[in-house]
Design a protein around this ligand. Structure first.
Ligand code: SAH
Length: 366
């Protein structure tokens, strides 16, 4: 991918995009302003997409000047915008001098889903995911996470983003605090006002963080399961060695056990000859029989150097029929944006890898 680096200036100013309602109210209290100012600020920033304090006409001139002096509204900058033949848009965003993340917008009949990243790279090493190959640099700030919506809304126009999924680069539950602040803003009536059914966090299954999430949030949950046995999941999603399937499913039940929550979506990437046999389908049925769930079968999206092949359409259909026959709800995810490398597991950005994963992979294969 060719594009010129954008120098990102460092700034000592407080970035107001980092603040959810609570934090914004605390900030207003600190500067001697009433709590309702927090709502006004959130509306200007998130609903109206304004980053220039001079335009915030219901704030006093003095307050506007003070905010301009000490704070800023700074979203990541677009370095590359691409549009797929199917209408999917991908933006590469510069987060700091050496790192970039990717955000994808997927328009569908009657809805538009924005897929946002939560980390630069990923610290997990799922064997079939290209983000994993990039290694890991750092967590995104809340401003950089919500900033992806802020930027996409500016580019797309109002009303296009109806759903948000935390399914871009990174493991959201390993960036707990910032992800919670950003999702609070997605749900806040004075910011993006999305319903909890339309904001979905996808996780590889960090069990203790899942329990903590249940305490503070009621967004929808998707879990990257991908295998019906620990033996196979250990290989595909190595974090399973730490949080095996049984513990993960118990945590899922605790999560949806709380009032108003629905089903967990289990993501299952279809890998030819690896996890796609009728026996795997039956094992999956047994596993999920006690969890209110639906299964989303994901056709594997290839990337350079991938060690897997995707299951054939027939194998996917057969697999989904076995799930249906057992009474499970199963859908097959439509692959979108693969011509611009915007499909699941293809987001790579630019990661100044601190884990030296590339070097380790090369050493292991030589
Ligand atoms: N780390 C989180 C968020 C990423 S979501 C998680 O694991 O859930 C991205 C989804 O795409 C996950 O379900 C992931 O397992 C899946 N995925 C990764 N690589 C893929 C690939 N090459 N083809 C299809 N899906 C893939």
């Amino acid at each position: 991918m060719k594009s010129t680096p954008v120098p990102v200036e460092r700034s000592e100013k407080l970035n107001l995009l980092d603040l959810d309602r609570k934090a914004m109210e605390a900030f207003c209290a600190e500067i001697g302003e009433k709590p309702f100012r927090a709502s006004q600020l959130l509306q200007w920033i998130h609903q109206r997409g304004v980053d220039d304090f001079a335009r915030m006409t219901n704030l006093s001139k003095a307050l506007r000047a003070r905010l301009a002096d000490t704070t800023e509204i700074r979203a990541p900058e677009i370095v590359l915008a691409q549009r797929s033949t199917d209408g999917t848009c991908k933006w590469v965003l510069q987060t700091d001098a050496r790192n970039r993340v990717e955000t994808v917008f997927i328009p569908e009949e009657g809805r538009g889903t924005l897929c946002v990243s939560s980390q630069v790279g990923c610290a997990l090493e799922c064997s079939f995911c290209s983000t994993a190959r990039q290694g890991f640099n750092r967590n995104l700030t809340a401003a950089e996470i919500i900033g992806q919506i802020w930027v996409a809304r500016r580019e797309l126009g109002e009303g296009r983003i109806t759903n948000v999924v935390l399914m871009g680069m990174g493991e959201p539950l390993l960036n707990f605090h910032n992800v919670v602040a950003a999702t609070n803003l997605m749900l806040d009536d004075f910011a993006y006002g999305l319903s909890k059914r339309r904001v979905t966090l996808s996780t590889s299954g960090i069990v203790p963080a899942l329990d903590r999430l249940a305490e503070v949030s009621d967004i929808s949950l998707a879990v990257s399961l991908h295998a019906p046995t620990d033996e196979l999941r250990n290989e595909l999603v190595p974090i399973n060695r730490k949080y095996p399937i049984k513990e993960l499913l118990e945590a899922c039940k605790r999560y949806i056990g709380r009032e108003g929550r629905r089903k967990v979506t289990f993501e299952y990437v279809m890998l030819d000859g690896v996890n796609d046999s009728p026996a795997h389908a039956k094992a999956l049925v047994r596993l999920l029989s006690h969890v209110p769930s639906k299964v989303n079968l994901i056709p594997f999206n290839p990337f350079p150097g991938a060690n897997y092949r995707g299951s054939s359409p027939e194998a996917i259909r057969r697999f989904s029929e076995l799930l249906h026959a057992a009474g499970l709800i199963a859908t097959i995810r439509k692959t979108r944006g693969d011509d611009i490398d915007a499909a699941c597991g293809q987001l790579v950005g630019q990661v100044n890898d601190r884990t030296r994963r590339q070097a380790r992979l090369q050493a292991a294969s030589s």
